[in-house]
Design a protein around this ligand. Structure first.
Ligand code: FES
Ligand SMILES: [Fe+2]
Length: 395
C-alpha cells in the first residue's frame, strides 16, 4: 500500500514544534525523519518531486541528440537535447507498455529515442515518431502518444527538474544564492573529476553534517590545518531555498588541499575576499555547492532508503586549468575524498545511533546555526507550511 503523502508529513506536530522552537531552545528533527519509510515517501513527493532537484551538469547532454537516463524523486527521467539545442526532460517511460527508454545512468547520442522493448521511437522533442507493426490498431494517434514532459531549467550550468511541475520558477528557488555565486561563473566551469559514494545514512544526516564544522577539530585534522573550524559566517539572506555560509582559509593556504597549495588557476572573477574563503551552500534539497578560490566542488545526494543514500561528488575547474599540459586535480580530489570519507564514517555512526529506539533528538550548539536553518526548513515543510527556514536572530 502506498503511503498517504498529501498534507503534512506523518510526524507528530508536537515533535515538529520542538524543532521549530527558537534557536537555543530548539531540538533536532525527530527520529522518524531519519528512519521512517512513510516520511521518506512524503519527502519524495514534497521535496524531490515537488521542488527543483539538481540532475547534474547540463553538459551531460551537450550535443543535439544527447540523451541521459536518471532518477529524480519517484520518477525515472530522460534528459534530452533537441535539434533546436533545447534541453528537455521527460518521464523515462515508453508510451506503449511503460518500458524505460534508457537505463538509469546510461547515456547516448542519437537522432531519436528508441524503446528497447518493441521499438517504438520518439523524436528528440518527445513526439511519437514511429510505432512499428501496429497492424490495424486504429488508435495510434501520434499526437496522443508523445513522451510525458517534465519541467526542466538550468542555472549556472546545472540542470534542475521539477517532477510535479508545480514549483515556482527556478530563479525563486535559487534566490539570493545566484548573487553569492555569480563571481565563480559556474556555467563556464568543466568537470575535472567525479566520485560516487554510497552511505548507510539518511540523506539529511549527510547534509546536517555539511552545515557545521563543530566536528572538524576531532575528525578532520587535515582540513583544520588549512581552514580554522570556527572561522566564517553563515548567510542571513532568506530569499530562496538555500542554507550555508563561509569558512576562511588559513594564511598559508590558497585553497583546500593537504598543504594548502593549489595546482589549479584562481577563478578570474573573484574578489580579494572571495580568494581567501570557501562558501559551503546547500541548494535544497539535494545539491551542496562548495565555492573555492580555484574550483567548485558539488555533492549531489539522492535518498535510496530512509537509512541509505547515494552521493555524487564532482570537482569543477576553469577549462583553462584542465587544458594545461600538467593539470592534475588530485590536490583537491584526494584532499576532499579523505575528508568525505571522514565525514561518511561520522554520519554512518550517527545513523546507527538514530536507528536505536533509545535515540532522543539533541540540541543545536551556537556553531550549528546553519544546521538549525536546514532543520527548520525541513520541519516547516513537514508541518504543512511553506519551505522556509527560521532565522536564528528571531530567537
Ligand atoms: S514498451 Fe516501449 S515499445 Fe513496447
Ligand atoms: Fe566534515
Amino acid at each position: 500500500m502506498e503511503a498517504d503523502v498529501s498534507g503534512p508529513a506523518p510526524i507528530a506536530p508536537d515533535q515538529l514544534a520542538r524543532t521549530l522552537a527558537p534557536f537555543g531552545k530548539a531540538r533536532m528533527l525527530p527520529r522518524a525523519a531519519y528512519v521512517s519509510e512513510d516520511v521518506l515517501a512524503w519527502e519524495r513527493e514534497h521535496f524531490f518531486d515537488g521542488t527543483w532537484v539538481c540532475a547534474g551538469r547540463a553538459d551531460l547532454v551537450a550535443q543535439p541528440g544527447g540523451q541521459l537516463g536518471t532518477r529524480i524523486g519517484s520518477t525515472g527521467v530522460l534528459l534530452m537535447r533537441g535539434n533546436d539545442n533545447r534541453l528537455r526532460a521527460f518521464a523515462n517511460i515508453c508510451r506503449h507498455r511503460g518500458h524505460e527508454l534508457l537505463a538509469c545512468g546510461a547515456s547516448t547520442t542519437r537522432g531519436a529515442v528508441v524503446c528497447p522493448y518493441h521499438g517504438w521511437s520518439y523524436e528528440l522533442d518527445g513526439s511519437l515518431r514511429h510505432a512499428p507493426r501496429t497492424g490495424d490498431v486504429p488508435n495510434i494517434i501520434e499526437s496522443e502518444f508523445g513522451l510525458v514532459p517534465l519541467a526542466v531549467d538550468t542555472w549556472a550550468g546545472w540542470v534542475f527538474v521539477n517532477v510535479d511541475g508545480k514549483a515556482a520558477p527556478l530563479a525563486e528557488h535559487i534566490g539570493g544564492f545566484a548573487e553569492i555565486a555569480a563571481n565563480w561563473e559556474c556555467e563556464r566551469l568543466a568537470v575535472g573529476a567525479t566520485h560516487h559514494y554510497e552511505l548507510n545514512a539518511n540523506w539529511k544526516v549527510a547534509i546536517e553534517n555539511y552545515h557545521e564544522c563543530y566536528h572538524c577539530p576531532l575528525i578532520h585534522p587535515e582540513l583544520s590545518r588549512v581552514s580554522p573550524p570556527e572561522s566564517g559566517d553563515n548567510v542571513d539572506d532568506v530569499s530562496g531555498a538555500f542554507v550555508g555560509g563561509s569558512m576562511v582559509l588559513a594564511p598559508h593556504a590558497a585553497t583546500m588541499s593537504i598543504d594548502g597549495r593549489s595546482q589549479g588557476v584562481p577563478l578570474p572573477g573573484l574578489t580579494d575576499e572571495q580568494r581567501r574563503e570557501v562558501m559551503y551552500i546547500n541548494v535544497f534539497p539535494n545539491l551542496l555547492v562548495s565555492l573555492h578560490p580555484d574550483l567548485v566542488m558539488t555533492h549531489r545526494i539522492e535518498p535510496l532508503t530512509p537509512t541509505t543514500s547515494r552521493v555524487e561528488c564532482q570537482w569543477l575547474f576553469d577549462p583553462a586549468a584542465i587544458a594545461g599540459p600538467d593539470f592534475d586535480p588530485s590536490y583537491a580530489v584526494d584532499f576532499w575524498d579523505l575528508t568525505n570519507r571522514q565525514d561518511w564514517a561520522a554520519v554512518e555512526s550517527v545513523q546507527r545511533g538514530i536507528n536505536s529506539p533509545k535515540f532522543v533528538p539533541g540540541v543545536f550548539t551556537e556553531s550549528e546555526d546553519a544546521v538549525y536553518h536546514f532543520a527548520t526548513m525541513v520541519a516547516s515543510a513537514y508541518a504543512g507550511q511553506p519551505l522556509a527556514r527560521r532565522s536564528v536572530v528571531e530567537a
